[in-house]
Design a binder for this molecule. Sequence first.
Ligand SMILES: NC(=O)c1ccc[n+]([C@@H]2O[C@H](COP(=O)([O-])OP(=O)(O)OC[C@H]3O[C@@H](n4cnc5c(N)ncnc54)[C@H](OP(=O)(O)O)[C@@H]3O)[C@@H](O)[C@H]2O)c1
Length: 295
Amino acid sequence: MTNNKHPILVFGATGRQGGSVAKALLKAGWPVRALVQETSKAAALQLQAEGAELVQGSFENIDVIRSAMQGAYGVFSVFPGNLTAENEVRYGISIADIAAETGIKHFVYSSGASVGNQYTGIPRFDAKPRIEAHVRRLDMVTTIIRPMIFMEMLVRPGFGLEKGRLISLIRPEHSIQLTAAEDIGKFLVAILADKSRFNSAILKIASDRLTGCELEATLSKAAGYPITYERFSDDVLATSADLAHMAKSLENGPLSELIDLEAMREINPELLTFASWLATFGRNALNEALSPSVL
Ligand SMILES: NC(=O)c1ccc[n+]([C@@H]2O[C@H](COP(=O)([O-])OP(=O)(O)OC[C@H]3O[C@@H](n4cnc5c(N)ncnc54)[C@H](OP(=O)(O)O)[C@@H]3O)[C@@H](O)[C@H]2O)c1
């Protein structure tokens, strides 16, 4: 059941996840209040044109955030990937605390599916579990979502597609679970409509699952010519702690835990497959990644 009087405050609304959430909530009839850094930015103006109320501010502006939460029903909290671990944790905790103090009825924090149940000791990998632990302790209805790797990550320029190859992190016979950012908004609509079902839930979100071989077939069909799949060599993985961490997590860590896609579809009946995403929302990104001009 949606509440047509009280808005949802959406952070990151000019970005991938927040944008998906703001758009889906507006479509479902929720009033949306979006905290944006620049009200004149094209993505912010687009949101306003679609009916969102814009509040200018940043994660640092505690007073602006407190006032933006007044009268709101829910909050969608997400942080960009380029923050320092210290800032991510600081913002994550302060926004959740303000929500609890302000009497927000349903707080949703978007974490990440690479979060495991144990700390790694590496600050940037531990920022999200630390925020999650804090959110779970608050006296407020909370839901944590953990999206899997975004589909966009596989169609970025520079990962071989322009040469008819995709180089990524899984072995060809293994599978990777992917999330379409566009699905996240639809999950939020379902979550906010059913507080009792999703209270205290930690929901891993995936839209599709494909092996390296299936990635090859799906991308070849979308491109209209053969794309071959290969895994980064161990030597390349050894040069990047982040890539190595992700590869390990995909092989036998949190990113390898199988998500029940039928259960996902029950919550979001419009779940996108990788093929349907490539044909629609991902088409431009795919064309760009295939283009030799990026070389
Ligand atoms: N990549 C993956 O596969 C994956 C998978 C699961 C989870 N994640 C997680 O997803 C998160 C990123 O989400 P996203 O992809 O939606 O991010 P995004 O597209 O980069 O968007 C970030 C949003 O945050 C806003 N923002 C940046 N700095 C701000 C500040 N100081 N104050 C207020 N707003 C600020 C940006 O606004 P402006 O437009 O003004 O800059 C933008 O709206 C990361 O934490 C990442 O770890 C990633």
